[in-house]
Ligand binder design. Structure first.
Ligand code: CUA
Length: 168
């Protein structure tokens, strides 16, 4: 079969592009460990409310003094909707979803994570100044996506008295 020279050049060019793309995807998947955010801690999304790690969402201070915020994302709300945390103190956020993929972005900061059902997203952030921050869902999750929001209120250091950790 006679294939024109330019036709052959473009065919080989297209093949090279496909191979380059597949190689890039392969390298990013296996070498850079593309995976859900955070530390791959899993949870059954159907029983989040019963799971001891999430049965009492809210702010707790652990015996070592560290502040933890446990939050559940669902269509179309965060539970709890509003949390108080201290300024100038590392705050660890632990978030999971009961249904679909959500986002958790604390406006005005670089605290931002995807919330993928089946996994717990965790990060630690220190708020330097007291103030109020809007929390928004930044992953499209359904018809009420734009209404899905919460609030993080940063109190002056020492002013917040989070409830003590409840033994599960
Ligand atoms: Cu939840 Cu968008």
């Amino acid at each position: 079969m006679k294939v024109d020279l330019y036709e052959r050049i473009w065919m080989w060019g297209a093949l090279v592009i496909v191979v380059v793309f597949l190689t890039a995807i392969g390298i990013s998947t296996f070498a850079y460990a593309v995976r859900p955010p955070s530390h791959m801690e899993t949870i059954d999304p159907a029983t989040v409310m019963q799971d001891p790690r999430f049965s009492t969402p809210g702010v707790t201070t652990l015996p070592d003094g560290s502040v933890h915020v446990t939050m559940i994302a669902m269509t179309f709300a965060f539970l709890p909707n509003e949390v108080h945390v201290p300024a100038g103190h590392p705050v660890t956020f632990r978030i999971t979803s009961m249904d679909v993929t959500h986002g958790f972005e604390i406006a005005g900061t670089n605290a931002n994570t995807m919330v993928v059902p089946g996994y717990i997203s965790q990060f630690t952030y220190t708020f330097r100044e007291p103030g109020e921050h809007l929390v928004v869902c930044n992953e499209y999750c359904g018809v009420g996506h734009h209404t899905m929001q919460g609030k993080v209120i940063v109190d002056p250091a020492g002013a917040t008295t989070p409830s003590p950790a409840v033994a599960p």
